[in-house]
Design a protein around this ligand. Sequence first.
Ligand SMILES: [Zn+2]
Length: 55
Amino acid sequence: MKLWVTPKGDKWLCNECQKELQEVIEQEKWRAALEKFEPMLRCSECNHGDVEIFD
Ligand SMILES: [Zn+2]
């Protein structure tokens, strides 16, 4: 999970959402402030964590 500094505030994004938002990231010049592998973190876009939960 990476913490992105965006014009609308900081956002945690998972890899999937990062791919989806790649164009916006480039257009708005988001900056990755830090990366953490922390299962409790939730992505701001999809609300999922880094750890996949299969049910
Ligand atoms: Zn996500």
